[in-house]
Ligand binder design. Sequence first.
Ligand code: FMN
Length: 198
Amino acid sequence: MYVDASTLSPAATYRLLVGSVVPRPIAWVTSGIDIVNLAPFSSFAWVSQHPAMLGFTVNRRHDSRKDTIVNIEKFGEYVVNIASDDMLPALHASSEFFEPSVSEAEHLGVALAPSQSIRVPRLLKAPVAMECRFHSTTAFSPTGGEFVVGTVVGWHIADEVMSGGRIDTEKVRPLGRLAGPRYSKLGAITELPPVPGG
Ligand SMILES: Cc1cc2nc3c(=O)[nH]c(=O)nc-3n(C[C@H](O)[C@H](O)[C@H](O)COP(=O)(O)O)c2cc1C
């Protein structure tokens, strides 16, 4: 079948997007200083190699912007944490709507640890946590999202997941987001010989 994108409602477009772009990595973002907000975002990628810059899209609520983007723009810093698969229940639960006065991290009992270069704390048990400084927000159409970009100013990497100067994916055990409340875990890894010039 062929689907003409101009015929789709926002909801139908969303359904096709989340089914087409799979599995998506998940930025589990801590933001805010006194009240530490925690929420997952899977419209997530790195957008620059050096400096390392990360981006994710924050969709709009009917009547307000999400706490994460409000905090990021207000404080200018945040942490992108990467969860291991054993953190899935808390990651999923942290997507519930709470008023800005509620810290999802505190509510769910997810332990925080101080960051090194920024005031926003990171997640203690995340195998990888990237401290970020806010770079920009790009707003798309009224029905689109807002793309938030930040520069990584520091990495916290658990000793157990490092091997030979690299992050070992099998030790991180990352999650992927599929359509709806569905996730993937790391499956078998296939390795091929490098391609010249690739
Ligand atoms: C795995 C997962 C991925 C998500 N990805 C996104 C996303 O990319 N963009 C978005 O706006 N919301 C996404 N959400 C929903 C937000 O996490 C949710 O709206 C959350 O309440 C936002 O919290 P905040 O208002 O504290 O920022 C996702 C939810 C889950 C469970």
